[in-house]
Design a protein around this ligand. Structure first.
Ligand code: GDP
Ligand code: MG
Length: 671
């Protein structure tokens, strides 16, 4: 007799591992008809007539996702002879919710409880005999990973596969969940409406689905029956003061809770190290101060002290004098032409220096972030901030990109990958570079020094304005239709604390560093060469020639700056010099310092910028589209030209509006 057994379970419960253990190499992989969800079938090892079907992982049998629709349609239409329900035993609360629905189908069910090693490591214990009694079906402990008991579980399912036709099966099984009296009465009335009396085994399942106004179940009802259904369900809803779907879900959750309480012996709380640490770290009062202290420490080491030292060494010593001198010497001995010298020294070496100059600092930051991530604290940060961020339409997970973004926007934008929800991820990508990155610090320092007696308040303000820009953008962007909808709920599970191994930290640091160099490198190098060309060549006396250092006003770049400068007139800096600085800033933000230095000289800043205009210029550059390396990262992560354009346009408009407001506000205050 040919038997079909369906493997049903939550995603990540170990279904595929179990399927492979049961079928070995005797499997056929394809797609479910019409969708690209994987379909796997195989013969049970040692049998010629027992087929195992690996259904897509689902949390319930509602018709909300393609996976759920496929799993449900297969079970209801193909009617497997038995269901092997694989349960992640380390998370029985979530997994049993699906089990309660499977048990209503009228198909024999065997529960294979997997991942018990994880549960036992926590010190918990699951009483399977009690679980069996509560569910009314055989439950067996397995380890899909180590192939323990998988054979017995499958054999049990084969034994349970009833040869009786479906209509005889209904009496065999008692669904475990009974709802309150009002709901049960409604379900009984709905069973009478079912148009398909031959499907006796499914009657309770289908009646419950009708009660939930499930669209697939409703589609098969006649118009008259639909009216009758509406009357029955509406009555129950008004008596119970709840909508029908919640009534059913609550009934199931209550059952699951009671069952878990009966079967799960939990380790006494507060004794594991993770719980003890979390009591302090996630404490209502202490959580935020601890978090602030940790972030400050990371920042202090990677940006202010050690980081600043290595960056200034690579910037001023290594790429400021050693490398240019060595290469300059080589060029001299090769008698290179002026333009060759310029291309190599000012284009390529300066560009490479920009990329590599930040690498040591980034490596320190990456190392510390890798530590926070792998010890388990990073997940807590997201957890702590989730509520706060959510009230601004952002997700707690956005925080990680924002922190990384204070070092460099490129890895910050790359870090947004951990956010599952697409709209949350896009919002994060658009707003990450509002945080002042390491390259913006010299610009901030230049303006603080030239216009505000080096006041540290300017830097502090830059962070405050960056954070404000992110939060305000959260509120603004949520108003767009594209970003509307549920902010994805916080589903990251808090991992146990672990002491990371040095090898793992170094590997993660190295991988991120390398990917920064590769991704940012090419773009920076190319645009560095382009800006070098535009700024050192010009049409002089009717011919193209290379300019001397003091002739930048005749360069192509100055011409372009002059053509665009009117845009900035409302902001107060509508000069070609400022415009050129903005353009070179798009190459790398710290270029603004060098450009203004060349164009205005040491003392010229005060005459060129009033405090109000200086602040407007500074904040425009902090908030406007980032350097081309970060733009490249945005393009890569958005994976869409349209979304990249939207992001850049939004940043440009936001920066412009902010700079205008700042100019007006400062002018009014100090007038
Ligand atoms: P599926 O999504 O249900 O197909 O789950 P997979 O078969 O892909 O398994 C998810 C993860 O759980 C994999 O990394 C498996 O190696 C792991 N896994 C499977 N069974 C066990 C088990 O008994 N114990 C532990 N600790 N891990 C397991
Ligand atoms: Mg799978």
């Amino acid at each position: 007799m040919a038997v079909t057994i369906a493997l049903v379970g939550n995603p990540n419960s170990g279904k595929t591992t179990l399927f492979n253990a049961l079928t070995g190499s005797r499997q056929f992989v394809g797609n479910w008809p019409g969708v690209t969800v994987e379909k796997k079938e195989g013969l049970l090892k040692g049998y010629a007539d027992v087929t195992i079907v690996d259904l897509p992982g689902v949390y319930s049998l509602s018709p909300y996702t393609p996976e759920e629709v496929i799993a449900r349609r297969f079970i209801l239409e193909e009617r497997p002879d038995a269901i092997l329900n694989i349960i992640d035993g380390s998370n029985p609360e979530r997994n049993l919710y699906l089990t309660t629905q499977i048990l209503e189908l009228g198909i024999p069910v065997v529960c294979a409880v997997n991942m018990l090693d994880v549960l036992e490591k926590r010190g918990d214990k699951l009483e399977l005999s009690r679980l069996s009694t509560a569910l009314g079906c055989p439950c067996i402990a397995i380890s899909a990973l180590r192939s323990v008991n998988v054979r017995s579980a499958a054999d049990l399912a084969v034994q349970c596969a009833s040869p009786a036709p479906p209509d005889k099966r209904s009496g065999v099984l008692n669904p475990p969940v009974s709802f309150n009296a009002i709901t049960e009465r409604a379900i009984a009335e709905l069973q009478a409406l079912l148009p398909y009396p031959q499907e006796r085994g499914n009657r309770r399942f289908n009646a419950i689905k009708l009660f939930e106004r499930d669209e697939i179940a409703l589609a098969r009802l006649s118009a008259a029956s639909t009216l009758e259904l509406e009357r029955i369900v509406a009555l129950a809803e008004s008596e119970l003061h709840d909508d029908s779907e919640s009534i059913i879900a609550n009934g199931r959750y209550e059952f699951v809770e009671r069952t878990v309480a009966k079967c799960l012996a939990r380790h006494r709380p507060g004794t594991s190290a993770t719980e003890r640490i979390d009591r302090i770290v996630l404490n209502r009062v202490a959580a935020l101060p601890i978090f602030a202290a940790v972030i400050f420490a990371v920042y202090y080491v990677s940006v202010s002290t050690v980081g600043a030292m290595v960056t200034s060494w690579t910037g001023t010593v290594l790429f400021g004098s050693i490398v240019p001198e060595v290469i300059g010497g080589l060029l001299d001995s090769a008698m290179a032409a002026d333009w060759q010298r310029g291309l190599i020294l000012d284009g390529i070496v300066a560009g490479a220096g920009t990329v590599l100059g930040f690498v040591p600092q980034l490596l320190i930051l990456f190392f510390m972030l890798a530590f926070l991530e792998s010890c388990g604290y990073m997940a807590r940060i997201a957890f702590i901030l989730d509520r706060l961020f959510r009230s601004f339409g952002l997700s707690g997970k956005s925080f990680i990109p924002f922190v990384i973004g204070t070092g460099c926007g490129v890895p910050g934008i790359m870090a947004s990958r951990t956010i599952e929800s697409e709209s949350d991820r896009r919002m994060t990508i658009i707003t990450t570079t509002f945080m002042p990155c390491g390259a913006k610090l010299p610009v901030i320092a230049l303006f603080a020094g030239a216009l505000f007696q080096g006041s540290g308040l300017v830097a502090l303000n830059a962070y405050a304005i960056g954070i404000a820009a992110i939060l305000i953008s959260g509120l603004i962007l949520r108003r767009f239709k594209l970003f509307r909808g549920e902010i994805s709920p916080f589903v990251m599970e808090l991992p146990e604390y672990r002491l990371p191994t040095l090898a793992n930290l170094l590997r993660s640091t190295w991988e991120r560093g390398l990917s920064f160099i590769k991704k940012a490198g090419t773009l920076i190098l190319l645009s560095s060469i382009a800006v070098w060309f535009l700024s050192s060549f010009g049409i002089v006396g009717g011919g193209l020639r290379m300019l001397h250092a003091d002739e930048i006003s005749r360069s192509f770049l100055a011409t372009i700056g002059g053509m665009l400068s009117w845009v900035f007139i409302p902001l107060g800096f509508g000069t070609w010099q400022s415009t050129v600085a903005v353009i070179t800033g798009l190459l790398a933000k710290e270029n603004i310092v060098a450009t203004l230095g060349v164009l205005y000289g040491a003392g010229g800043m005060q005459t060129a910028f009033s405090p109000a205009v200086g602040l407007a210029f500074l904040y425009f550059n902090l908030l406007c589209p980032p350097c081309c390396a970060a733009i490249g990262a945005i393009r890569r992560e958005m994976n869409s030209a349209r979304w990249t354009t939207f992001a850049l346009a939004y940043q440009l408009c936001f920066a412009y509006a902010a700079a205008l407001l700042i100019r007006i506000a400062v002018t009014l205050i100090f007038a």
